[in-house]
Design a protein around this ligand. Structure first.
Ligand code: SF4
Length: 448
């Protein structure tokens, strides 16, 4: 259970040496309680106190990593029920299902889709995360061969799915170095799967048909030394699976119930045979509260909206996505090319730059830091007004690059044109379109 500042203070040395960056141990304790400091900043905490404080500081839902390197997927670590309370921390991973009884060409085309279905949006690469290999054959050699193929042909994380520990061991022979998720430990195979997880330092899924059994299972796994656990409540109806997600999150956060304090896996692939319905179910679990979402297949028309939904829900609501302030070249502009200016809200930047690109008129785009606010909001907040824009334009150096001193401002900031003409002598201020979609027509008609 989280400790209060006073409870934390009682465990600190109370020497007020100031080495942690604040003058007193009490101030440090208050910062720790508020999550604004790391315990490691105090070098003098005794081991026993450190153990208590580390335990208390652990997130109510554990963070579990699947895979290694750049493509490692971190799930869990959530601290709130609702995004607006703070933010959601680690986006869920999307997995594509491959059965070891599928024909080779089908496996190949799924692996191709896994690698190729990725999208650039607001400067980020959106892509799926995991390949789930399912043992339907009951043949360890066959399973190992498919896992090996997946390992050779994809760089994502791997889920090994079998209730038979010998078959999981065969899969591990092929990909233990990729730290796959073992799916799943049940009451029947608990000891053997726990041993495999420990020997290979892999995360493991605990699977049980009731939440009580699930809690017992995670307690046994934890006692056996397995810390990286994913929960499968085995519900395969939408309603029950949804209720389970809410109950698990609430038990971990509101009741501080450690046995359910782990991320979850959900399997829309086993809830319907209709691909569009499956995508809708998956979208529900993006919001509430799937840690790993296994889909029967990937198709661009369903995967892309899921990836965008995930990105939107897992951005920090207190920090709008922002683009770096500066001068951006679009096309190959020269000294006679138009100069436009906009705010650094990422969505604004990508819409405006996309429309300029679509116009095929090479241009200079100035992006002013407005703390991630859109043009209208920034203007209303006084961050995109003449007094703020003019110093940026002067400092940017655009006057030396573009000889045609005409600055195109967004239509929504038209009220600033007079102020800018005063603040930027030698520049002609032109009021551009209000909507991004009108930029191509505007630029095509533009004359230096
Ligand atoms: Fe107290 Fe430790 Fe900070 Fe020193 S470094 S003031 S002992 S909390």
């Amino acid at each position: 259970m989280a400790l209060t500042g006073i409870e934390i203070f009682k465990l600190l040395p109370k020497t007020n040496c100031g080495e942690c960056g604040v003058p007193t141990c009490l101030a440090f304790a208050m910062n720790l309680a508020a999550g604004k400091a790391e315990l490691s900043a105090c070098p003098y905490v005794e081991e026993e106190a450190k153990a208590k404080l580390t335990e208390a500081a652990a997130p109510p839902i554990a963070v579990v990593t699947i895979g290694v390197g750049d493509r490692a997927l971190k799930v869990g670590g959530e601290t709130v029920m609702f995004r607006h309370e703070k933010r959601f921390e680690n986006p869920p991973g999307f997995a594509i299902l491959i059965s070891d009884t599928m024909p080779e060409p089908e496996i190949d085309s799924r692996l191709k889709r896994f690698s190729e279905l990725q999208y650039e949006r607001v400067g980020l690469t959106l892509r799926p995360d995991l390949v789930a290999v399912k043992d339907d054959s009951g043949d360890a050699t066959k399973f190992e061969a498919v896992v090996n193929k997946v390992k050779q042909n994809s760089d994502g994380g791997i889920i090994l799915m079998s209730s038979n520990p010998d078959i999981l061991a065969a899969g591990l022979k092929a990909c233990a170095d990729r730290k796959p998720l073992l799916y799943a430990a049940t009451t029947e195979n608990l000891d053997k799967v726990a041993d495999l997880a420990k020997q290979n330092s892999c995360p493991v899924t605990a699977k049980a048909s009731t939440l009580e059994e699930l809690a017992q299972l995670t307690t046994k796994l934890t006692e056996a030394g397995v810390k990286d656990i994913i929960l499968d409540s085995e519900s395969r109806t939408v309603r029950r699976a949804f209720e389970d997600q809410i109950f698990i999150r609430s038990a971990a956060l509101n009741k501080k119930f450690r046995p359910l304090g782990f991320p979850t896996i959900v399997l829309p692939c086993e809830m319907t045979s209709d691909p569009m319905k499956e995508a809708v179910i998956a979208s529900m679990f993006v919001a509430k509260y799937g840690g790993i979402i296994v889909l029967s297949d990937f198709q661009g028309e369903s995967l892309f909206p899921l990836l965008v939904e995930r990105m939107n829900i897992y951005t920090d609501p207190q920090r709008p996505l922002a683009t770096t302030e500066g001068i951006y070249e679009i096309g190959s502009p020269d000294e006679n090319s138009p100069v436009l200016i906009t705010s650094n809200f990422s969505l604004t930047y990508f819409i405006v730059s996309g429309e300029i690109e679509a116009s095929k008129v090479p241009s200079w785009l100035l992006v002013k830091d407005t703390e991630g606010l859109s043009v209208m909001t920034a203007w209303a907040a006084g961050k995109f007004v003449a007094d703020a824009i003019a110093p940026f334009v002067k400092k940017s150096g655009i006057a030396d690059i573009a000889k045609c001193h005409k600055l195109i401002i967004p239509g929504y900031a038209a009220a600033e044109s007079g102020g800018l003409e005063e603040e930027l002598p030698g520049w002609e201020i032109l009021v551009g379109p209000r909507e991004g979609s009108h930029i191509p027509a505007y630029l095509k008609a533009w004359k230096p």
